[in-house]
Design a protein around this ligand. Structure first.
Ligand code: DON
Length: 573
């Protein structure tokens, strides 16, 4: 009795002693009365915060963050890539979507990516010159500035130039990425010269100084959006791709303003990226399919909840494979797929008890073999960065930028520091899956001048016409599931922002027919999901890196949460 009392007392004492530690270890959200910048790249968040502090608006801050992110985490985005932005301006009360997606060069026809038997040539869309699509990021950021910026353009590039000159210390995440990619750099001497230290992965704390990239950014600061599209830098890009990209491709590129995709969920207005991204369409489709259900009553990450949500994911991803692509090349039924009527049809397919018994069912869609996926290792992490910003006026930007997989095509344009993307891999080839395991049909087949289908889902959620959430994530097809779960965690489960982004995630993309779960999901949940008929696989990589801003109405404050899956920062103002 006495002993057990002592033990109990000890447990209580240790509990009290540890409690503050446990609380301290769980980071609270950053908060700001006037604004917020959240991104997975710490020094880039600081650049955006600096611009807000100098009176810049959310668009200015997002542009400065975007340039700085492309310097500090070059593996994960940059001026050799592309991106999408959703912009809410209080003055107009409107949300606009900017498409700065890379585009297939005029020389890229599907046949050059296929062998004599009509099979996809291994790796051709992943590595080297034919993997590169015409970059759009610089013109896109310039277009954002032309329409909504308030500070001078050159001021927005300066923090990034400073990071190039002062150098950026190699952090654990970057070192991990370099270790993953180092064996592939043997054929890419310019990338190895800049990123490695005498051919070796540099130690933690090594300072990456990038004088070539600094000069390129100075050109961008002086010449604006056309700096990579015309003149000497354009010529160097053409040479670095052996002519796969032409001067006409670069000079002819233009970003496109598009109408965002819209939906509603439990009284909130969901606004997200339209095609050529699948992100917004699938997000709205899944939310519509889930709205008739009391998701919260099932319990957060319970087997029933995961099964239901995974079902919605499967249905939406099946539509992605069949219907989605660049709307400039074939009709995409966006309005139909995002309609409430269609959402109700999908919801009916998810109704238990039948659904529990038929988890692997394909809803009559033809299965597409994953020939290429089996042959190429899936990327262990990737080349995309999410930037979420709000400012004092209440303007908001959600910007997702990418070079696709780590260091894109692995080509750095000599003398410029520009890492070229491998966005050609986001197209679909016959009987082949892309780096993210995604499959597709004719809507997303390669054609000159076409934009490859993306999963990026920069999203703004409004409540009574005011910004409530700004959110987005990297990680290929996992992006859509990560954004969806952050919203479910916030809206249905009422979790504070930091927990909403930290919770373990799961993902189902219809093909392959596998339910992927982060290892933190409990064993009994995984076993129950298997008993429902799912093939469950623990994921070997983090599922996304969500950057979430939430308005906290009672305090009239912005809360910011950066995903613990990367080394980001949320900086309030
Ligand atoms: O546009 C897309 O969907 C892909 N290129 C995104 C790749 C990605 O998110 C890599 N992230 N870590």
């Amino acid at each position: 009795m006495r002993t057990s009392f002592r033990v109990a007392w000890l447990v209580v004492c240790i509990g009290f002693a540890l409690a503050p530690l446990a609380l301290a270890a769980e980071p609270g959200p950053a908060w700001g009365k006037r604004g917020m910048v959240v991104t997975s790249v710490g020094p880039a968040a600081a650049a955006g915060r600096e611009i807000l502090g100098r009176g810049g608006n959310a668009v200015d801050a997002a542009i400065a963050t975007a340039f700085a992110a492309g310097v500090a985490h070059q593996y994960s985005s940059g001026i050799g890539g592309g991106g999408f932005a959703l912009v809410y301006m209080v003055e107009t009360g409107k949300i606009e979507a900017l498409d700065a997606r890379e585009t297939a060069p005029s020389s890229a026809t599907q046949s050059i990516y296929l062998d004599e038997q009509g099979r996809a040539i291994q790796g051709m869309t992943r590595v080297g010159p034919r993997a590169v699509a015409v970059p759009g990021l610089v013109q896109g950021l310039y277009e954002l500035h032309q329409r909504h910026g308030s500070l001078e353009w050159r001021e927005l590039v300066k923090p990034a130039i400073r990071l190039c000159r002062d150098g950026v210390e190699v952090q654990p995440a970057e070192r991990r990425m370099l270790t993953l990619i180092e064996p592939g750099l043997a054929n890419f001497p310019e990338t190895a010269r800049i990123q490695l230290q005498n051919g070796q992965v540099p130690p933690l704390g090594w300072r990456l100084v990038q004088p070539d990239l600094a000069r390129t950014l100075e050109e961008i600061g002086t010449r604006g959006g056309g700096a990579l599209a015309f003149g000497p830098i354009a010529r160097k890009i053409v040479d670095a791709t052996g002519g796969a990209l032409s001067l006409d491709d670069l000079g002819g590129y233009a970003p496109i303003w598009r109408e965002p995709v819209r939906g509603t969920y439990r009284g909130l207005e969901i606004v997200s990226m339209p095609p050529p991204s699948s992100g917004g369409v699938l997000l709205v489709e899944m939310l519509n399919a889930l709205e008739p259900y009391d998701v919260a009553a099932l319990g957060l990450n319970s087997s029933e909840m995961v099964n239901l949500v995974a079902g919605a994911m499967k249905l939406a991803f099946a539509d992605r494979a069949e219907y989605l692509g660049d709307p400039g090349f074939s009709a995409v039924p966006t309005d139909y797929l995002t309609s409430e009527a269609y959402g109700n049809e999908l919801a009916a397919l998810l109704r238990p008890p039948f659904f529990l018994l038929r988890a692997p069912w394909n809803w009559g869609k033809p299965a597409i073999p994953n020939a290429r996926r089996a042959a190429l290792a899936p990327p262990a992490d990737g080349g995309t960065t999410q930037i979420s910003v709000v400012d004092e006026q209440g303007n908001a930007v959600s910007l997702t930028q990418t070079v696709n997989t780590l260091f894109g095509s692995l080509i750095t344009v000599p003398g410029t520091g520009i890492v070229l993307n491998n966005e050609m891999d986001d197209f679909s080839l016959p009987n082949a899956a892309n780096a993210w395991g995604a499959v597709g049909q004719s809507a997303n087949m390669i054609q000159p001048g076409k934009r490859p289908l993306s999963s990026m889902a920069p999203t703004i959620v409004l409540e009574n016409g005011q910004v409530r959430y700004v959110v987005g994530s990297p990680m290929g097809t996992f992006i859509i599931s990560a954004v969806l779960q952050s919203l479910l965690n916030s809206v249905d489960f009422k979790l504070p922002p930091q927990q909403a982004v930290a919770m373990p995630r799961f993902h189902h993309q219809w093909s392959p027919d596998t339910l992927m779960v982060e290892p933190a999901h409990p064993r009994d949940v995984v076993e129950a999901l298997r008993s429902f008929g799912h093939t469950v696989e623990p994921s070997r990589f983090p599922m996304g890196a969500v950057q979430l801003i939430a308005r906290d109405p009672p305090n009239d404050t912005w809360l910011g949460a950066t995903d613990p899956r990367r080394d980001g920062a949320a900086l309030g103002y």
